[in-house]
Design a protein around this ligand. Sequence first.
Ligand SMILES: *Cc1c(COP(=O)(O)O)cnc(C)c1O
Length: 353
Amino acid sequence: MPLTLHVDAARWREHVRGYVEQSATAAGKVVVVPVTKGNGYGFGNSVLAAESQALDVPTLAVGTYGEVADVAMAFAGDVLVLSPWRPWNDDVLGDERVVHTVSRVDDLRELAAAAGESRPRVVVEVRTSIRRHGILPAELPEAVAALTGVRFEGFAVHLPLAGDHLSEARELAAAAFDALPGDDGRHLWVSHLEPTAAAALAAELSADVRLRVATALWLGERSALRPRATVLDAHRVRRGETYGYRQRRARRDGTLLVIDGGTAHGIALEAPTPATTIRQRAVALAKGGLESTGRALSPFRLAGRQRWFAEPPHMQCSMIWLPGDVEPPAVGTEVDLDVRLTTTTFDRISWDS
Ligand SMILES: *Cc1c(COP(=O)(O)O)cnc(C)c1O
C-alpha cells in the first residue's frame, strides 16, 4: 500500500459535523464556511469538496482561482476565493457561483468595469493586524461608494492566530458596517475565531457571521487521522558497507528500510516552524529538523521511535536506518509516520470504520 491517510471515518465526520452544527446553533447567525486549499489539508481539495457537499453548507472557500476547478464538480454551492482578485485575473469572471475577495479600492472599480453588466459577487476585505491584504478603515467610504458595480456580499477580516482578537474584529467590523448606507449587507466573514466568539460578535453587531475555518474543522480531531506508509524493502547492511545515492558508509551493522513516501509526497520538506519559544524550537528540531551533522530524523516511527534517514529522501520513497538490535519489519508492513498534514500529499485515503 502506498502512502496512506487512514481516517477513522465515523469519528472524523462526527467531529466535522459537530463543529458545523455547534456553530449554527450557537446563536443562529453563525454559518461555517469550510476552507480547502493547497494540498487539501492532506485529503485533497476534491475530497473536502465532497465532504462539504455532504455537510450541506452554502459556501466553500478555496485559496486561489486555480482551485475553483478542483471543487466545482463535487460541491454545488457558492465558492469563495480567498486570494484577492487583481486586474490580471481577467479570465475568471462570469461564473455565478464564484464570490471574489477584493482588497483594494481600485480593484473594486476595475473588477466592476471588467465584468461589465454581470456585476460580480464581492466580499471586501478589511486589513487586520496581520497586514496581509485589505483596505484600510479610512478607505471604507470610498470602497462603499465603489460597490455600485458589484453585488456586495459582506466584509472580511482575517485575524492573527496569536492572542485574542475578538476586539479587533469587533472594531473593524463596526467601522465597516457604519460606512454602509443602510442596514443591508451586514455580513462578516472572519477566520480564527471560536464559534462562541463568532456568535457573540454576530449578536453585538446585528450581523451574520461566516466563520471561515479549515484546520480546526478538518484537522481538529487529529487522533482520527493516521498517516501510514508501507515497507517496500529491508536490506541487512554490515559495518563499512556503502549504500544510497551518496554511497555513505555504514558505521555499524543494521538494516536499511526502503519505505513509501518521499519528496514528491512532501516528506522531510518542512515549512519553517511557527515555534517561538526555545522549547518549541527544540521539539520542532527533534521532530524532523536537519541536524548539524547532516543527519535528519525521519518522520517514520519504528519499534516505538522516530528513526534516522539513512540519506535524504528520494522522490517516491525514503531510506531509513534501523540499528542492528532492532528486528526489522516484514516487507508489506505498514508503519506510522508523524507528518504535517498541510504539507503532505498522500497517495490514497483509507476510510476505515
Ligand atoms: C487558509 C485560510 C483560512 C483557514 O485557515 P485555518 O487556520 O486553517 O482555519 C481562513 N481564512 C483565510 C483568509 C485563509 O487564507
